[in-house]
Design a protein around this ligand. Sequence first.
Ligand code: DON
Length: 308
Amino acid sequence: MSTVASIIVSIAEEMRTASERGTVANYIPPLARVDLNRFGMAVVGMDGETHTVGDAEVPFSVQSVSKVFSLSMALNAMGDELWGRVRQEPSGSAFNSIVQLENEHGIPRNPFINAGAIVIADILVSRYGRENAQTRLLEFLRPLVSDPSSIDIDTDVARQERETGFRNMALANYMRTFGNIRNVVEDTLDFYFHQCALTMSCHQLAQVGTCLMTGGRNPLTGERVMSERNAQTILALMMMCGHYDGSGAFAIRVGLPGKSGVGGGILAIAPGVASIAVWSPGLNAQGNSLLGTRALERLVQHTGWSVF
Ligand code: DON
């Protein structure tokens, strides 16, 4: 892993000087005011060896990267029955698209588009209750990181998500007409908005990702946090759907399962090798981190970590 340290330093230098940086999400002020020049990266290997560069310790809004964690919890809670409420297929549409729901009985294509993640949130609210689902989410994440108390939910971001989340409200209400949202829509969305508002650093995200790198175990404790099959399922979905209508291009350029968020974070997993998180807040046209993707592409070019 020692060469990884120098590789990520050179990647950070390339990204620092990049002129085209994408655009920060601007639908709520806490995202809109993030400095476009931020860049961080963290890599955790199978032996726990960790390399970080740039702003790797700076907390940011993980947004849709959280959909990986909520899916992990819902699969743990419900198993394969879950696939009756959300499918396992790429959507080819924008992350917040409503268009497929009408012809497909209110069943979202996958758990990573907003509609699918709202169904997952509904499942967790049914299982744990609206407030307790947040506690459970934090309890799932905290044992995986070395500084557990610093992972939190930014309630101000959650409130602003709610105040501006008209599209998500439409998706949830529409799916409710098909019976695919079972709770009061506001309760399901309350949990969804809070999971989006999770605040973590690249270092913490990479640490949480280690449970997918290992096939379902927490390498810090040796405990199993999900079955091997569920870990494989989640990685396959990350590869096919983790970047929405940019998933195909991401798979070709990077060759690793990855999940993005509009905060500019990406979690990528090299199975059995490394868990990687990158943060650059400027987004491309699909709402995925522009330089984050380029940084992962460079890392894989230098390490040969592509799964293909
Ligand atoms: O619900 C939303 O639309 C946002 N809170 C999260 C979307 C997101 O992160 C899409 N990812 N790139």
